[in-house]
Design a protein around this ligand. Structure first.
Ligand code: ADP
Ligand code: MG
Length: 324
């Protein structure tokens, strides 16, 4: 059925079940002029938003609608993770062509709701309008972080160490192997299709006093530049230390690409990159999903990669054309 056949109100009716995953904090959800929610008095409130446009950020040829919704939720959740925060309430606005297939919109919502269930986020409202342009999905995600403890990008210090969560580059490999029609590489495909925001690790790292943090949505190179620029420091990382999955190394060999490039320029991994002082580094480096990859040093606001033979090369924010 098309959206114009179902109508805006029936569409909203059709998506409003299974939207509340943490009843305690919602007084009024979807259905009134505003939603009403409560907050804890010892928390700062944090808020983020992300928009995805059909034809720019996704197409239905590449991804199924469920995965598109899942990714929209992940992109927003990942921003909350990067502050060390707790995600709480969400709103979604959609601008859809009148002749859009309702089933696809509902599947997008199913993907969003699945990810919200995983992280106990409530969907408490939104807006639905029609457009003569492509489908536009905008999510606003509200959350909390303990008073004055939100972790910024701009507070890295010379002498800190640089760390990352899990591994990097898998999402880029996933997209590559999907485009190439590869049968295997299941873990990489999953990393691309169903990325997981690092909410728990973000909280763990905040608790252990990391000095700066951001999420890896645009590739490690670009995120390191972001910390370097806002903190006015130089970031030095070691090629050998960057955690990569076996599949990434395997695909790099097949395609004759330097495996580290997938991590540096690939993006969409939704992992975290952070800085930490010497004392707190000892508290976190034993964590199985955290790896120290470099140091914050004096110098211009840039990024240097120490390659395997010990020589140092400058890293651009955006590199090789196969990732542009
Ligand atoms: P109003 O005209 O008062 O803004 P709407 O008719 O736009 O109300 O929306 C009715 C209810 O449905 C509100 O609670 C609104 O937040 C919610 N809503 C509307 N569109 C969406 C959507 N796309 N996703 C989630 N909730 C929505
Ligand atoms: Mg409205």
């Amino acid at each position: 059925m098309l959206l114009k056949e179902l109508g805006e109100f029936s569409f909203i009716d059709s998506i409003k079940r299974d939207t509340i995953n943490d009843k305690e904090t919602v007084k009024v959800g979807i259905g009134d002029d505003c939603a009403i929610y409560t907050t804890a008095s010892d928390m700062d409130q944090i808020v983020t938003t992300d928009t995805m446009v059909e034809g720019v950020h996704f197409t239905l040829d590449h991804m199924n609608p469920f995965d598109i919704g899942f990714r929209l939720a992940t992109a927003n959740l990942s921003d909350i993770a990067a502050m060390g925060g707790y995600p709480k309430q969400a709103l979604i606005s959609i601008a859809a062509p009148k002749d859009y297939e309702v089933k696809n919109l509902q599947c997008i919502y199913d993907g969003i709701k699945k990810q919200f269930q995983n992280f106990k986020v409530n969907l408490i409202g939104g807006d639905t309008v029609s457009t003569s342009g492509p489908l536009v999905l905008t999510m606003v995600l509200l959350g909390g972080v303990p008073r004055d403890k939100g972790v910024l990008r701009s507070t890295a210090k010379v002498g800190d160490y640089i760390g990352v969560t899990n591994s990097l580059g898998s999402a880029a490999v996933g997209l590559d192997v999907i485009n190439a029609g590869e049968k295997e590489f299941f873990a990489s495909k999953d990393a691309f299709k169903r990325p997981i925001p690092q909410i728990e690790l973000g909280q763990f790292l905040r608790n252990r006093g990391v000095t700066a943090m951001t999420d890896v949505s645009d590739g490690l190179a670009s995120e390191l530049h972001e910390i370097a620029k806002t903190s006015k420091v130089h970031m030095k990382i070691y090629s050998k230390a960057i955690p990569l999955e076996l599949e990434t190394k395997k695909w790099a060999e097949i395609t004759n690409i330097n495996p580290v490039d997938f991590a540096l320029y690939g993006g969409e991994d939704f992992q975290l990159v952070f800085t930490v002082d010497e004392k707190n580094k000892q508290l976190i480096e034993k964590h199985p999903f955290v790896t120290i990859i470099g140091e914050v040093v004096e110098g211009d606001q840039g990024v240097t990669l120490v390659v395997d033979d010990g020589s140092e090369v400058p890293v651009d924010a955006h590199g090789y054309d196969h990732f542009i």
